[in-house]
Design a protein around this ligand. Structure first.
Ligand code: TXA
Ligand code: MG
Length: 529
């Protein structure tokens, strides 16, 4: 593939050289043409004179000889003119050929159908892809990194092939789904407008929701930052501890480097370095940053397996790299440490816990007074202006919602004064009537393995089929985090009419879990046992 691309690049630059030569020839020809035209003009003048009552050669012998010379010149000129005309036709066709080559060179390695789609996108058409996306397997354990250069070493030929195909799609400005340690991402070249715009059309994502840019090395990060930017101490500490990993940091965006489609015209750009070997190797292979939101249709739960992506986006993209199930299972933690007060604001809790962020800052900054406070949006502070903008992750738009309605069962938090709780048994017995009294229903339950709800024997109710999916033990929230989206998507796949999901403690990963669960749920029910 690399050779084919190199060849098409070579033929492109050869043509460019040919075109430059042709332009120089055209200039010379144009100059000649001007002179020929002048001669023809004189010739016409003389012909007019000839037509007049007194022939010019009879008036003045010098004029007569000039007239002869000019006539001969004009006859020759017609030949030159014909040559000129042919040269001009040849040149314009070569120019058109070069324009077409420039435009379609990147497509030479694609199949006919891929070429049609890429062409359609270039001219602003959004054509549905009719075939199934390819699922290419990658073995993450076959990939290692040289931490000083950020370059990858891949020992499995199969993985190398899959990554090369994915890199080819990306450089051809096409999106590719790939695994990260958090969730599967839908990647496209971050610094190319038309590539990045595909992400929005494939996901059905509103254009005012900015994207995270993924880098594979610190050098790549620095290539994106404005030269005047001074890295805050807090960022240095956080990057040292959590990069590569599930932490996204906001940086000032340099509008000369980052397209506005990525930032949705915000003054900041969100950047992270993923730790998943497949994600990092892919970025290092294309050697340019990759923009990647979660690889789901807007509003749906994020995918944590290649199969989730295929079910959701099949027909909308050509390639899904399959690197197995994601280890973290929830998206990265989005952090803004750029405010003047130096405080660390967690805009979206995620894979890196607030507790770990606090601990890292405390360990790294000796002077206790100087350790920045870590604030979680909505838990510790509100920002109305921010909340009105879609840049606060998950604020403006519907999020994480499977097809089935989700009800959050509150079992731990103190009961608010105005709320009357339901007894768990009577709630479960009455559920069929709330969903559909006249037909059989399927009810999904996402419960912890050791909680009161998780260990409850479910009542036998006529016309109700219970489908339970376990979220792991209550004291290991990282397991619940890994299983949450898979639980929502698996129950949806089983065709449940409603999903009941149990509240978890909001410590460590629990904060991010409850953040997603609250957004997925359209109803909240307080339960007693
Ligand atoms: O783990 C992750 O972060 C995954 C994987 C694929 O890397 N990506 C992901 O992207 O979750 P997405 O687009 O689904 O969520 C990114 C969130 C969005 O809600 C967006 O509002 C926020 O990050 N975001 C992006 N740029 C921002 C910015 N400049 N300021 C504030 N928030 C931003
Ligand atoms: Mg998302």
């Amino acid at each position: 593939m690399a050779m084919a691309m190199a060849m098409s690049k070579t033929s492109g630059s050869k043509l460019e050289h040919e075109a430059a030569k042709l332009v120089a020839v055209a200039d010379i020809l144009a100059d000649k043409a001007r002179r020929v035209m002048k001669a023809i003009e004189n010739f016409h003048l003389l012909r007019e004179l000839k037509k007049s009552s007194v022939p010019p050669h009879k008036i003045n012998p010098t004029l007569a000889s000039n007239f002869r010379k000019l006539s001969a010149q004009a006859r020759r000129s017609e030949v030159v003119l014909e040559d000129l005309r042919n040269a001009y036709i040849f040149m314009t066709s070569q120019r058109e050929h070069k324009v077409l080559l420039d435009r379609y060179n990147p497509l030479v390695d694609l199949t006919a159908e891929e070429r049609i789609h890429a062409t359609a996108r270039r001219v602003g058409l959004d054509m549905p892809i009719t075939h199934e996306p390819e699922n290419d397997n990658c073995d993450p354990s076959s990939i290692t990194f040289d931490e000083s250069t950020g370059e990858s070493k891949i020992t499995s030929q199969n993985t190398l092939n899959s990554l090369s195909i994915a890199a080819k799609h990306l450089t051809n400005l096409q999106p590719v789904a790939f695994p990260t340690e958090t969730v599967y991402g839908l990647g496209a070249l971050a610094l190319n407008n038309s590539a990045a715009s595909c992400i929005f059309s494939v996901k059905g994502r509103p254009p005012d929701n900015p994207l995270i840019v993924h880098v594979s090395s610190l050098d790549m990060l620095h290539s994106l930052l404005p030269s005047s930017f001074k890295m805050p101490k807090s960022y240095e500490l956080l990057m040292k501890r959590f990069w590569p990993g599930a932490l996204t940091l906001l940086f000032p965006s340099d509008p000369n480097t980052i397209p506005s489609i990525i930032t949705a015209n915000q003054p900041t750009v969100a950047i992270r370095m993923p730790s998943h070997p497949v994600a990092r190797a892919l970025i290092s292979l294309v050697n340019t940053p990759i923009a990647a939101p979660s690889a789901n249709s807007s509003g749906k739960p994020s995918p944590t397996t290649a199969e989730h992506v295929r079910r959701d986006l099949s027909g909308k993209l050509n390639l899904i790299l399959d690197g197995g199930a994601c280890g973290v299972g929830l998206e990265s933690t989005v952090v803004d440490g750029l405010q003047e007060d130096g405080k660390i604001r967690v805009l979206r809790p995620g894979g890196i816990t607030v507790e770990d962020i606090q601990e890292t800052l405390q360990e790294g900054i000796r002077d206790r007074e100087s350790v920045p406070q870590v604030l979680v949006h909505r838990r510790d502070y509100r920002d109305e202006e921010l909340e009105a903008a879609p840049t606060t992750p998950g604020m403006k738009y519907r999020h994480y919602s499977p097809t089935a309605l989700v009800t959050l069962l509150m079992t731990k938090s103190p009961l608010p004064k105005s709320v009357v709780p339901s007894n768990v048994e009577s709630f479960l017995l009455s559920i069929k009537d709330t969903i559909n009294p006249s037909a059989s229903v399927k009810v999904g339950l996402l419960t912890l393995t050791d909680s009161a709800l998780g260990t409850l024997a479910l009542p036998v109710v006529n016309g109700v089929e219970w489908c339970r999916y376990e979220l792991g033990p209550s004291d290991v929230p990282s397991v619940t985090a890994r299983r949450l989206f898979d639980g929502l998507l698996t129950l949806d796949q089983r065709g449940v009419d409603m999903i009941l999901i149990e509240e978890v403690n909001e410590t460590n990963e629990g904060l991010a879990i409850m953040n997603r669960v609250r957004k997925a749920a359209s109803e909240v029910q307080w339960i007693t046992f």
